[in-house]
Ligand binder design. Structure first.
Ligand code: ADP
Ligand code: MG
Length: 712
């Protein structure tokens, strides 16, 4: 049975070479199987009948039973329209035709019960239905069309070439005739009965030919579950294989560096979330498998110290460690921070960025290779081929969303060579990998996209933080905002002022920034006030100089583009002003706001906008003013933009679901994951007889490139 589903679509009666070509090109339908999986986008509910007095102005498509009591022609600007008065036992309405009037006139029967179907308009005080679908009640009762009507995905080309929805429907009926509507069950009996799911054959029939809402809902549930179940199975299997096949560097001990630091030099007490995450990391490092972990934590949640302490474990086991950050500023800051943390420890830390000079580089290369250097921090300069470690044991990536999967895998190859009995192996043993992100990914999405990574979450901010107050102000209120800034500066605080940066119009952004700078400089003149300015067109050294002045507190205001977005830490800065806030995305706004609120003082975020705001912008601003919770913001963002945009094109393949929807079907996803985990934990190879169905389906699906092509 399963074989004939691989039959090319050309062979289906009623398709033929031309239509087959179109179906292939327009909808990627090559086989019977593909056609079955062409799920309707929506359904017209023809099981419900409306009464005329139930119609509302915004009613969508409706179906009404009644009689035509009269017909008339009404002249209009061009030509005329045909208007029928249609009546049921609750009232009257109009049916209207602008074309094909002759045919209608001749074929219509007065005072006979009809079923009309279509969209209604409210016009001149009456409801009217233009060009209704209509059939005599008698006929209607004989036909299958009295059910839910599926509306299939289509393209302009398809409808132009006559492959209408009706035609697709016909072809689908033919398919069910030829296959007798019997399809191999793809879920095991245990799941079917536990979740009371309908069988595969029944579900597939009802998704295409449902008789009522309830049947449809059951069919949808079952097919969504199946889709998500096999994706989760795939991800979990990948993770299991990874753990059993890819040997990790064994970090067997927690030694002097870690213990000394933990006992004597911790600058503050760790939050319980930080402790929990450290424990998870230690467990990974101590196991025989390579760690591949994602650490999520909102801005300011304290990921850095976790990174640092994980590195100490690597050092205690005789390995080197590195940290890669997306920008020069951030690398410098991490470097300084790590130096300070390691003040009383005997370890060496160096910084490598695009602006490191030749002699610095030489020195770094040498000390990395001979093992003198313990920790290297830097930008993607770390990925250069010349950078060779003696024995890299742990690689940490900060702000993962700025780097691609490719960069992650480049770090993999920087591990120490494998040794086998015959000497060094060609491949390298991958270092343990920890990726950190402050862009919280809603759990449902993380599960689907980063299924191959283990996930740790710091879900708690260090104590004593006051929630940042966020307000929205229009540009017209700038004077008031400036007055507020002046008061804060008088209290000794520092201010960020951020301007948007959009690649395509760098020149304009630069002008905006400079105009802004000039107006700030006018209102905050030296010598009383000092202003730093940082933007993308400056030399790294100048950027760093300006940044350092602000960090040291020599300047009161930092005017900048989004280069300061990630990670910068100046606890004394307590006001973040975001100019043209409507031009920023939600996660970016949240990141920017995270630059303040790092000290003990009350902090503020002021979102400046013009009066012209789109609905989405309004929603973003409103969300920012309402909450500080990164995960909540990420959910809103997901709803506004959709998963594809958030994850970038790179991972969008994962989100190419046929029927399930990651946003709406969270619960089904949870359940699918639960069952996938449960089954794999008792039978990781799927060899048990009761899992035969799963193994078989899984193997079939794996052959199916277009469904599984995201597996890298
Ligand atoms: P992020 O997670 O955004 O990278 P950081 O690691 O930069 O956050 O930490 C933000 C600030 O909070 C830093 O100034 C850091 O020293 C401080 N911090 C981190 N953990 C704690 C803690 N447990 N108690 C008090 N302050 C902490
Ligand atoms: Mg950070």
């Amino acid at each position: 049975m399963s074989n004939n589903l691989q039959t090319p679509i050309d062979y289906l009666k009623g398709v033929g070479p031309n239509r087959a070509d179109l179906l292939r090109k327009e909808l990627s339908i090559h086989t019977y199987q593909d056609l079955i999986n062409l799920f309707p986008n929506r359904y017209l509910d023809r099981t419900q009948y409306y009464k005329i007095n139930q119609l509302q102005r915004n009613t969508a498509e409706v179906q009404i039973i009644g009689e035509i009591i009269s017909l008339k022609e009404v002249a209009q600007k061009r030509g005329k329209r045909l208007v029928a008065t249609f009546k049921d036992d609750t009232g009257t309405m109009e049916l209207v035709w602008f074309r094909g009037q002759k045919w209608i006139r001749e074929s219509i029967k007065l005072k006979k019960p009809y079923v009309v179907f279509g969209k209604v308009n409210w016009f001149n005080g009456v409801f009217s239905m233009p060009h209704p679908d209509m059939e005599l009640l008698e006929e209607h009762q004989k036909n299958l069309s009295s059910a839910m009507q599926p509306i299939y995905p289509s393209t302009e080309k398809l409808s132009n070439k006559g492959i209408s929805n009706r035609v697709v429907n016909k072809i689908m009926q033919q398919l069910f005739l030829e296959t007798k509507g019997r399809f191999v069950e793809s879920l095991p009996e245990s799941i079917l009965s536990e979740l009371k799911l309908t069988s595969k054959s029944e579900a597939v029939f009802n998704i295409h030919f449902p008789k009522n809402q309830e049947q449809l809902a059951r069919a949808q549930f079952r097919l969504k579950f199946e889709e998500l179940f096999y994706i989760q199975l795939q991800l979990i299997l990948k993770n299991l294989i990874h753990k059993s096949k890819i040997k990790g560097l064994p970090f067997t001990q927690v030694g002097t560096h870690f213990n000394t630091f933990y006992k004597n030099h911790l600058p503050f007490q760790l939050t319980s979330a930080q402790k929990r995450v450290l424990k998870e990391i230690r467990q990974d490092l101590g196991s025989n498998a390579q760690m591949n972990r994602l650490l999520q934590g909102d801005v300011g949640s304290g990921k850095t110290i976790v990174a640092f302490m994980s590195m100490l474990i690597a050092l205690d086991n005789g390995f080197q460690a590195c940290l890669m950050a997306p920008t020069e500023i951030l690398s410098v800051q991490h470097h300084n921070g790590f130096k300070e943390l390691s003040n009383n420890l005997n370890i060496s830390i160096k910084l490598l960025t695009g602006s490191s000079n030749t002699s610095e580089r030489k020195e770094i290369h040498k000390s990395l290779e001979n093992g003198e250097l313990d920790i290297l921090i830097g930008t993607h300069a770390l990925l250069e081929d010349k950078v060779k470690f003696q024995n890299l044991g742990l690689a940490i990536i900060d702000e993962q969303h700025r780097f691609g999967v490719e960069q992650r895998s480049k770090l993999w190859r920087k591990g120490p060579p494998k040794f086998s009995q015959n000497g060094p192996d060609s491949g390298a043993t991958p270092p343990h990998i920890l990726v950190m992100t402050a862009t919280p990914i809603p759990r449902t999405l993380a599960m689907s996209v980063y299924g191959d990574l283990d996930i740790s979450v710091i879900d708690e901010l260090p104590p004593g933080r006051q929630a940042i107050k966020t307000v929205h102000r229009y540009d017209t209120n700038r004077l008031k905002v400036f007055r507020f800034i002046r008061d804060e500066i008088d209290k000794g605080r520092q201010i960020y002022m951020v301007y948007p940066l959009i690649q395509e119009s760098e020149k304009m952004d630069y002008k905006d920034l400079m105009d802004g700078y000039e107006s700030v400089a006018r209102d905050f003149p030296p010598p009383k006030y000092q202003i730093s300015i940082v933007h993308g067109q400056m030399k790294p050294a100048d950027k760093d100089y300006e940044m350092q002045r602000f960090i040291k507190g020599e300047t009161n205001i930092m005017v900048a583009t989004t280069v300061i977005e990630v990670g910068v830490n100046v606890p004394n800065a307590s006001v973040m002003i975001i100019e043209s806030a409507e031009r920023f995305g939600l996660s970016q706004l949240h990141q920017l706001r995270g630059r303040v609120g790092r000290g003990a003082e009350q902090s503020y975020c002021i979102l400046m906008t013009s009066h012209k705001l789109s609905n989405d912008s309004k929603k973003r601003i409103e969300t920012m003013c309402r909450t500080n919770d990164g995960f909540e913001i990420a959910e809103v963002d997901l709803n506004l933009r959709g998963p594809g945009d958030i994850m970038g094109t790179q991972q969008s393949g994962v989100l190419n679901l046929k029927i399930a929807d990651l946003l709406k079907d969270k619960d089904i996803l949870q359940s699918a994951r639960y069952y996938a985990k449960k089954i794999l934990s008792s039978d990781p190879t799927l060899k048990a007889p009761e899992n035969k169905t799963i193994l078989h389906t899984y193997q079939q699906l794996s052959k199916y490139k277009n469904i599984w092509n995201y597996i890298s």
